[in-house]
Design a protein. Structure first.
Length: 160
């Protein structure tokens, strides 16, 4: 019997996460009434697209690992699991909570700064530029150009 490789476990875990997210979209995203506002992309379009692509890539990763010839038991890349490997996941969870309460545009600079710091960026000028330009790009491209309704947050009167 073939043993599961670490890539198979990662692929299956991300696939399970993606499918769970896809199942939760209808209960987490409010669809506006048709006559209330005409928008090109409903609020559930981006999460559905992103999670579907993530599920597809995870399934491909697991299948590639399962069906490729095994060269024995390979160690995890980067060595054993370290606490710093969990920091991006914790930042992502924090971002979700911040978006829920404050909205996407105020929460994004905080998450971008944390991710950049975790990736080793220590210079404050490029960090400030990235932190300021990311929410501006999100607002201009997704909110204005594509017409995606961005989460406004509970504290600012948003409903999602």
């Amino acid at each position: 019997m073939k043993r599961f490789h670490w890539e198979t476990w990662v692929g299956l875990a991300v696939l399970a996460f993606s499918l769970t997210g896809l199942a939760l979209i209808p209960s987490q995203v409010l669809i506006r009434k048709v006559g209330e506002r005409t928008i090109p992309f409903p609020p559930g379009a981006f999460p559905a697209l992103a999670l579907s692509l993530l599920a597809l890539m995870a399934a491909l990763m697991a299948a590639r690992s399962w069906f490729s010839p095994s060269s024995g038991r390979e160690p995890l890349p980067g060595g054993p699991l370290r606490i710093r490997a969990l920091a991006p996941a914790a930042t992502f969870v924090l971002y979700i909570l911040l978006v829920e309460w404050f909205g996407m545009l105020p929460a994004t600079p905080v998450a971008v700064a944390l991710f950049a710091f975790q990736l080793g960026m220590r210079e404050w000028r490029p960090l400030a530029l990235i932190v300021l330009l990311t929410p501006l790009f999100i607002w201009a491209f997704f909110g204005h150009f594509l017409g995606v309704v961005l989460p406004e947050g509970r504290l600012f009167g948003g409903v999602f």
